[in-house]
Design a protein around this ligand. Structure first.
Ligand code: HAM
Length: 371
């Protein structure tokens, strides 16, 4: 009979790997706790419309990557491709945004039908952080300080760099889009196929096209920075100032636009050159319009999500996993079955040890055999 295997792009985590995950998760939890963030847990499945209306109809995720299905009642449901939409939905539904500041985090599996490769899977895991109710650059800076601290704690600070950009407000973005489309339409024949398609639907995404010819064309294209509204410009200047004063290094990447539609103003990505093509380990930005767009009251918001698989790969590549991270026994207790009373005594000793040293891993030999 043919054996059944796991679905492509969906991984089992064996004990040897799960200890590393536990280590990483504990480090993350310690850092978010240290900044006073509180955990929220959302369902893995939501109504499809939630993702369409937040991530955007003309994005890779919504167009071709969602696991969408009808339930037995013919409701269209989707396995969450990311956590922000569900977090906003939950916060609105439970009144968390009513004259309150919320600093939240969540962790769990996300699902995208992408082509699996190293660092890219169909079921992957994120730890996400979202802040609601604060519109200043100080909270953007806090999120970046928090991630920088995590990289230091993990020994990854030399392996990642911060890329930063601002997308401005909706009006300035629209003015820029119009100018960009006008320029690119004149050179349409030199655009790659994907970018030609995006020219009408989602022109901003052309900025991070992988095609070198398109990138070359963009050298002479209008620049978003020249279209920024004063408020966004000021917000960005203040953020850069805060980061400079905190000693957080960054690169301005004017072509960083992100693949989800809800962003405005600050966007950022922590990237590494040590994982090949899938080098973004943490990404996010400001999305002041999303809560209202989903029917809630107008609430400024900013957040990011880290890819857990990619961080584990990076920990392994950089060889920074502490030796203490292992499943090995601290104490292994053997009891010769041939000696009367040894087993009973051995079990007692083991229990006493566990009582006295709860953090030690005490394994008693079971299964008999020759001493
Ligand atoms: P995202 O850039 O789509 O943003 O995903 C965030 C991170 O999740 C990526 O940088 C990457 O590390 C990881 N990731 C994404 N797709 C995959 C995949 N197929 N396999 C493995 N890892 C993956 C968001 O999801 C936003 N919700 C982030 C955010 C939160 N923005 C504001 N708040």
């Amino acid at each position: 009979m043919k054996t059944i295997k796991a679905i492509r792009g969906m991984n089992d985590l064996l004990p040897q790997q799960s200890v590393v995950w536990q280590y990483l998760e504990a480090e993350i939890r310690a850092v978010v706790n240290g900044y006073g963030y509180q955990e929220i847990r959302m369902p893995i499945v939501e109504y499809t419309d939630l993702f369409k209306r937040s991530i955007g109809e003309v994005t890779d995720i919504v167009e071709k990557e969602m696991y969408t299905f009808g339930d037995r009642n013919d409701e269209s449901l989707t396995l969450r491709p990311e956590g922000t939409a569900g977090c906003v939905r939950a916060g609105s539904q439970h009144g968390l945004f009513y004259n309150q500041v919320q600093r939240l985090w969540y962790a769990g599996p996300m699902f995208r039908y992408e082509r699996p490769q190293k660092g890219r899977y169909r079921q992957f895991h994120q730890v996400g952080v979202e802040v609601f109710g604060l519109d200043g650059p100080d909270i953007d800076a806090e999120l970046l300080l928090m991630t920088a601290r995590l990289w230091r704690n993990l020994g990854l600070d030399k392996a990642v760099t911060l890329q930063l950009n601002t997308l401005g407000d909706i009006e300035s973005r629209n003015r820029f889009k119009a100018a960009l489309v006008e320029y690119l339409t004149q050179h349409k024949d030199r655009l790659d196929e994907d970018s030609q398609r995006r020219l009408d639907a989602n022109p901003l995404r052309i900025l991070d096209s992988k095609s070198s010819q398109t990138q070359e064309l963009l050298n002479d294209a209008p620049k978003l920075i020249d279209y920024l509204d004063d408020e966004s410009r000021e917000h960005f200047e203040q953020l850069k100032n805060l980061l400079d004063n905190a000693g957080i290094a960054y690169e301005i990447n004017p072509r960083l636009v992100r693949g989800l539609d809800y962003y405005g103003k600050t966007v950022f990505e922590w990237v590494t050159d040590q994982l090949g093509a899938q080098g973004t380990v943490c990404a996010g930005g400001r999305y002041d319009g999303l809560v209202e767009q989903l029917g809630g009251r107008s609430t400024p918001a900013v957040g990011f999500a880290m890819g857990v698989e990619r961080l584990v790969l990076l920990l392994e590549t950089c060889e920074v996993i502490p030796d203490s991270v292992s499943n090995d026994a601290d104490i292994y207790l053997m009891m010769p079955v041939e000696v009367e009373g040894a087993q009973t005594k051995g079990f007692k000793i083991a229990e006493t040890l566990r009582e006295a040293f709860p953090s030690l891993r005490v394994i008693t030999h079971c299964g008999g055999g020759n001493f």
